[in-house]
Design a protein around this ligand. Structure first.
Ligand SMILES: [Zn+2]
Length: 507
């Protein structure tokens, strides 16, 4: 990430109409020739037309190596300090400014006026809540689309795991072979890993002792340099990948990679753990973990299963006894249900929401079209390269081994492009259903909630509620924007009033 903030020559600042401008390109866009100057020109011309005085420019250029946003942070800090002087932010369009809901909240909390020049939208504190909500939904939809692209990557990994191949970075003791995309024993580290299993199986060494022995034997983590800490060694000794099996998303898969220890040795080590009386975790993951904090002491809530069937959530109590009570999962489900019940959209607004969803749908289609076009071009280019290389080989201009490696490389590129195209197709489908889900949620979060299993319920709650605090039987939510506006509105009843008094012809 390269970023900078440029100070404009201080000519007659016009108070009240002072603005900052924000421009950004991602590394991908750079490849496609999108440029900062074009954004800057658009914003400068707009500012001139509107009589807005730009006092400072912020520019983020993402590189493949780093994806933070330095200038974005600087801009937020600047807008916070210059609270009185500068109340306007100019940006090309929504996705230049926000990459996720958090960015949107950050900007929203500044309480400034944001001009999305290309989209022709100006948002300020005076904007109607419904307008803000629609805007929030657009951001949410864009983010969901991006998330879905990630989802497809995960699906690819699941498929790879199902076929018996470890889908990601090799664990200590193995290395990734970039040609075969498989893992292979690491000639340097694998022997030491074997030793660790043997040492621990002997029962003569504690984990602590093993940490020292491993360090002495020169065992370091994959990226090199650092010796393994105790928790890492503990994990390593419980990882069945070394005897040929592995877990992926909680499922055990029979691996096709080469084991470096025997099944017997692995089992022996597990028995040693049991004998050492390490607390036995049967880690059935609890649905609402990570969603509740203690209202009394601020600690996280954890869960445990009692008598093999009742799930209780309670404060971890890391800061001492805080006097909070335990709560059954069934009760939590009921409380979360009440919280979702607070979120209700007036029917007339639901209709507007449909319009926004349709609009954002066409935004997305444009995005997909552009991406597909680019991928098709890449595909054509790769195919013609492949043809050319083939001709060269036929005419004897390149030796066979060079042709083999060259064509393998191009084929691999082609596969990558095809996979990306497929990802867009899948994500597009998911996008439709997400849109419907949001609409349904906002209209009837509660009724769609009650029919689901706890894990789906938790998922639904997370869409609407970022965190909740629990205090002796009562649960207090923090709603995810933009849904908060409905929750508060439906509680105080002023949501409809506000909507009515600000009613404007929708455009
Ligand atoms: Zn507590």
């Amino acid at each position: 990430m390269k970023s900078r903030a440029r100070q404009q020559p201080a000519s007659k600042p016009a108070p009240g109409r002072a603005a900052v401008m924000y421009v950004r390109v991602s590394s991908k866009e750079q490849e496609q020739g999108f440029s900062i100057p074009a954004q800057r020109q658009l914003l400068t011309e707009y500012a001139e037309r509107e009589g807005i005085h730009v006092v400072q420019e912020f520019e983020d250029v993402e590189t493949a190596k780093r994806a933070g946003r330095t200038a974005f942070g600087e801009m937020v800090a600047c807008l916070r300090t210059k609270a009185s002087a500068c109340r306007i932010l100019l940006v090309e369009k929504t996705d230049r400014l926000y990459r996720n809901i958090k960015d949107w909240v950050t900007i929203d909390e500044l309480g400034i006026e944001v001009h999305f020049v290309k989209e022709g939208v100006v948002l300020s504190d005076d904007s109607r809540s419904s307008e803000k909500f629609m805007h929030g939904i657009k951001v949410l939809m864009a983010k969901n689309y991006i998330d879905n692209l990630g989802e497809e990557v995960r699906k690819g990994m699941i498929e790879k795991a199902r076929q018996g191949h470890w889908p990601t970075v090799a664990p200590v003791g193995y290395v990734n072979n970039p040609l075969t995309h498989r893992i292979e024993p690491d000639p340097g580290r694998a022997p030491v890993v074997v030793k660790l299993f043997e040492w621990y199986a002997s029962g003569e060494y504690s984990l602590k002792a093993l940490v020292k022995k491993a360090a002495a034997a020169g065992l370091t983590n994959r990226t090199g340099g650092k010796p393994l800490v105790k928790a890492k060694i503990h994990q390593l000794l419980q990882n069945p990948i070394y005897c040929g099996e592995f877990y992926w998303l909680g499922q055990l898969h029979q691996g096709l990679h080469q084991p470096i220890i025997s099944r017997d040795l692995f089992d022996q080590v597990q028995q040693t753990f049991a004998a050492a009386n390490h607390p036995h975790h049967t880690k059935r993951d609890h649905a609402f973990i990570g969603m509740i904090t203690c209202a009394r002491c601020g600690c996280a809530f954890t869960a445990e299963t009692k008598k093999g069937q009742y799930i209780y959530y309670h404060c971890t109590g890391y800061r001492g006894d805080c006097g909070n009570t335990w709560v059954r999962e069934e009760e939590l489900i009921r409380l979360f249900g009440d919280i979702l019940g607070q979120v209700r959209i007036p029917p007339e607004l639901a209709d507007k929401l449909k319009v926004v969803l349709r609009e954002s749908q066409s935004d997305k289609e444009k995005f997909v079209r552009t991406a597909m076009l680019r991928l098709q071009q890449q595909q054509m280019l790769l195919r013609s390269k492949l043809d050319r290389a083939y001709d060269d080989r036929l005419s004897g201009q390149i030796p066979d081994d060079l042709w083999t490696s060259k064509s393998a490389e191009l084929q691999e590129e082609l596969r990558r492009v095809r996979a990306e195209m497929e990802r867009h197709e899948h994500a597009s489908e998911a996008y439709e259903s997400v849109g419907l889900e949001i609409l349904e949620l906002a209209q009837s979060a509660y009724s769609s909630y009650v029919t689901r299993n706890p894990h789906d319920q938790a998922h639904l709650v997370k869409t609407l509620v970022s965190n909740s605090t629990f205090d002796r039987g009562s649960l207090c939510p923090t709603y995810v924007k933009p849904f908060e506006v409905f929750a508060n509105g439906s509680k105080s009843g002023d949501w409809l009033l506000r909507l009515d008094s600000n009613q404007q012809p929708s455009g």
